[in-house]
Ligand binder design. Structure first.
Ligand code: SF4
Ligand code: SF4
Ligand code: SF4
Length: 155
């Protein structure tokens, strides 16, 4: 998946600024889609044949992302190779799970990430620095995920 931003979403919308969705512009609708405040099928023009392809692409993107945690951290399981980089790079994960720092066996403590059966499993993002005070704009897991399976969206 390419980096998901309001502009990426906007490019798949009709770009007519018709206001039928109740937003002033397609870009405003795109921003609300990104923040999951609106749904793709709330743009009626996406049912029209010439815009249908963009609508289908948007639905696919959002079905893969699922419900985005307030941290904005998303995982595309299809891209995850289970390398474990994020598990050992996330500073909170390492603090909560000493074994993670050495890439060793992972305990079942309340950690953020662990690899299960060759894929990353998100356990508890409520501990993520992006949501837990004092909040930071940490993006370490995204940076260390070389396969681009982790994306931080919406913020
Ligand atoms: S209904 Fe669709 S095309 Fe019209 S402004 Fe909203 S997003 Fe843009
Ligand atoms: S954004 Fe930072 S704190 Fe949050 S899961 Fe990723 S590496 Fe960990
Ligand atoms: S760094 Fe990326 S590819 Fe590796 S386990 Fe984490 S999500 Fe999967």
């Amino acid at each position: 998946m390419t980096k998901l931003s309001a502009f990426t979403i906007y490019k798949l919308l009709p770009k007519t600024n018709c206001k039928k969705c109740g937003e002033a512009t397609c870009m405003a609708f795109a921003t609300k889609l990104l923040n999951q405040e609106r749904k793709v099928d709330e743009c009626p023009l996406l049912e029209e044949p010439k815009y249908k392809k963009g609508g289908e692409q948007l639905k696919e993107i959002f079905s893969k992302i699922g419900k985005v945690h307030p941290s904005g951290v998303t995982l595309d399981p299809d891209l995850c190779t289970g390398c474990g980089n994020c598990v050992t790079a996330c500073p909170v994960n390492v603090r909560l799970c000493a074994e993670c720092a050495e890439g060793g066996p992972l305990s079942d403590k309340e950690i953020l990430y662990k690899v299960v059966d060759g894929k990353l499993k998100i356990i508890n993002l409520d501990e993520c620095r992006r949501v837990k005070p004092p909040k930071t704009s940490c993006d370490v897991c995204e940076v260390y995920c070389l396969s681009k399976a982790i994306k931080i969206v919406g913020v």
